[in-house]
Design a binder for this molecule. Structure first.
Ligand SMILES: C[S@@+](CC[C@H](N)C(=O)[O-])C[C@H]1O[C@@H](n2cnc3c(N)ncnc32)[C@H](O)[C@@H]1O
Length: 301
């Protein structure tokens, strides 16, 4: 039985979108439709929602859910890095709000054959988009020692990157998640392995590389603010420090005082906000414990 996905920070997302019932909204990470459904419920028959995902299994399930609401929506099967061109293709130039709930969904991690989880034995895979060529098996079995070390350091922030990549090279082929977990554990001193499971960081690193997560995020960030109407918002939920740092630094650029002067009245064109989940949500949904919602609001055209 695949566990349902519980949408993270749903109330905070909806409250801060300030939904206009006839507005146009974009959910960049449809997943299992939790946020999209809540947005659609607030729209009139003149409003419109566009939802993106690059996982066709998620799209299939969510389409059924959203159709029941009998409102206007379109699901786009695409990486969200293509937000600008995909909206242009359907003649949407300006929107009232964009949300992204980054990472993977509970059904993706819980479905064993997707190979995302280090606690379930499966063929190495980790693709969000099952039609894409690059997968975890190819990375683990074909990347050079230097390439592996780089991604483990950069995306896994581990001190044992080199040791692990050397062991991978020595023990190839590595076909399954459990073979990889064993090898990671053997590469580290026992006292470190006892403290925390080192596979977590390495699996995160490989997943980020398979799905090119940070590149997509950067491209989407650089194209999204220009698409917003006045009072439009860009809301992003991050789950780890690498993606959060990118969003935080990108938003910061919008509110920096570039003149270096201190005006008496500061008219701000952009405002940023940061919100954490409530304790009650963290208690009910462990997935939300590391979530951070960052919001960029366009105050003037
Ligand atoms: C955390 S889940 C979203 C859950 C959703 N908000 C809900 O309430 O059910 C993230 C979803 O975004 C998709 N995704 C992640 N990065 C993506 C990208 N760059 N382009 C398109 N879809 C992406 C994943 O396939 C996954 O289905």
């Amino acid at each position: 039985m695949i566990k349902e996905h519980i949408p993270v920070m749903l109330n905070e997302i909806i409250k801060n979108l300030n939904i206009k019932k006839d507005g146009i909204y974009v959910d960049l990470t449809l997943g299992y439709g939790g946020h999209s459904k809540a947005i659609l419920e607030k729209l009139s028959n003149k409003g419109f929602l566009v939802s993106f995902d690059k996982d066709q299994e998620a799209i299939k399930e969510s389409r059924k859910k959203l159709l029941k609401l009998d409102k206007n929506f379109k699901i786009i099967y695409s990486d969200f890095k293509k937000i600008k061109e995909k909206l242009n293709e359907i003649n949407i130039k300006k929107i009232d709000g964009i949300i992204a709930d980054l990472g993977i969904s509970s059904p993706q991690i819980n479905k064993i054959s997707r190979g995302f989880s280090y606690s379930k034995d499966a063929k190495l895979d980790m693709r969000m988009d099952q039609n894409q060529d690059l997968n975890a098996h190819k990375i683990v079995n074909n990347y050079s020692e230097i390439q592996l070390t780089n991604i483990f350091k950069k995306y896994g922030e581990t001190n044992f990157a080199n040791k692990i990549s050397k062991n991978i090279i020595k023990n190839r082929p590595i076909n399954t998640t459990f073979e990889l977990v064993q090898l990671i554990r053997k590469s580290l001193p026992a006292k470190i392995v006892r403290k925390k499971n080192p596979a977590k960081a390495i699996f995160q690193a490989i997943r980020i590389e398979v799905n090119q997560e940070l590149e997509s995020l950067k491209k989407m960030l650089s194209d999204s603010p220009k698409l917003l109407n006045k009072n439009g918002t860009l809301s992003i939920i991050t789950f780890h420090s690498l993606e959060d740092k990118i969003v935080k630094n990108y938003f910061k650029k919008f509110i920096e005082d570039k003149t270096g002067k201190l005006p008496i009245i500061i008219e701000k064109k952009w405002v940023v906000k940061q919100i954490r989940p409530l304790k009650e949500e963290i208690k009910k949904n462990n997935r939300s414990r590391t979530a951070k919602l960052r919001i960029l609001i366009k105050k003037e055209d």
